[in-house]
Design a protein around this ligand. Structure first.
Ligand SMILES: [Zn+2]
Length: 339
């Protein structure tokens, strides 16, 4: 190769290198643009429901970790009707939301959830056992409204919250203490096996009543003035989780004091249809996306619900809706209609 040829080759290589650099820069900029567009696209359909309607908690639960872990499914989703979108959620998302079913068959992911201190967030309408007790934020808001209305209605401000979120270690200790002091049969009738406690979700609260004169706290039986709190619990998204007639299904004896936040319209449907959570989660499977959706209305709002298995989650491309995992095999999508 002559010197001139070598020189030309060198220049060609340099030009090629510069072209490659330009291409890389373009690709990088394109990727950034795509990511930004995808971010906007993903954010939009997860708009939270209108918070100004004044009805009890019809929101739920687009929380940080979930929204970061979801993505639009790019695989061709077999002929979805217009206005619907298939999304992919992380494995953990199935254990997030107000409809998670936790019982002796279905344990709860110990890394969840995030909770807030009841002591620091509560109103003056009720009491709390200590400064440590915590519940999930959505349950906290609903609890305040429930107890405020109960106090306004009855003049009673002595409901005492004695249990909320319970860690795995606390569950072990409680269970072992119950076995030691009251026997295995009692422990199994009233307590969940460690890892299977609904208190772990941060969505459950045990109510007590506090006797100011004696300085003692006694069981909440839901009688007398307290019947109002039981009767109206659904309006705030709460259910009495272990009703007496359902203990063969829930696996837990009647607990007049244990309330669970599921949100609206779910508490309303469960109450009117007389379903415990096990039955409700099973019933929702009868309403898949491709089948007949469930329509309901309460507190002046309309709702559309359907079930999606884990591997095929379909949501409206637009509009207000929220997703809850069932902690078993899929998700419940609740679309909030107009008032
Ligand atoms: Zn409880």
């Amino acid at each position: 190769m002559t010197e001139r040829q070598q020189e030309r080759l060198k220049k060609e290589r340099e030009r090629a290198h510069r072209r490659q650099l330009r291409l890389q820069r373009l690709l990088f900029a394109g990727t950034l643009l795509c990511l930004a567009a995808a971010g906007l696209f993903l954010w939009a359909p997860w708009k939270k429901p209108d918070q100004t309607s004044g009805i009890p908690e019809a929101k739920e639960p687009v929380r940080g970790s979930e929204s970061e872990s979801r993505s639009v499914d790019s695989s061709p989703s077999d002929a979805l009707p217009d206005g619907w979108l298939q999304i992919r959620l992380s494995e953990q998302a199935c254990s997030e939301g107000t409809l998670v079913l936790v019982n002796r068959d279905y344990p709860f992911d110990p890394s969840l959830p995030r909770t807030v201190s009841v002591y620091e967030n509560k109103t003056e309408s009720y009491l709390v056992k200590d400064m440590i007790l915590s519940v999930r934020e959505d349950a906290m808001t609903a609890l305040n409204r429930w107890m405020d209305d109960f106090a306004a209605e009855t003049g009673k401000t002595d409901v005492n919250i004695v249990a909320g979120w319970r860690s795995y270690q606390d569950q072990v200790q409680l269970y072992e203490n119950a076995v030691a002091t009251k026997g295995q049969a009692h422990a199994d009738a009233y307590l969940a096996l460690p890892g299977h406690s609904e208190h772990h979700t941060g969505l459950a609260a045990d109510l007590d009543t506090y006797d100011v004169q004696n300085g003692t706290s006694g069981g909440f039986d839901g009688d007398g003035a307290y019947a109002w709190a039981v009767e109206h619990a659904w309006e705030y998204g709460f259910i009495q989780r272990y009703p007496p007639q359902k203990s063969n299904i829930t696996g837990i004896n009647y607990e007049s004091w244990h309330f669970r936040y599921v949100g609206l319209p779910h508490a309303w449907i469960m109450k009117t249809e007389n379903l415990c959570l096990e039955e409700y989660v099973a019933e929702l499977r009868n309403h898949p996306f491709s089948g007949e959706h469930l329509y309901t209305a309460c507190q002046g709002k309309s709702y559309e619900l359907y079930y999606c298995p884990k591997d095929r989650v379909i949501v409206p491309a637009d509009g207000n809706y929220f997703i809850s995992g069932n902690n078993v095999d899929g998700y419940i999508i609740t679309i909030c209609g107009s008032e």
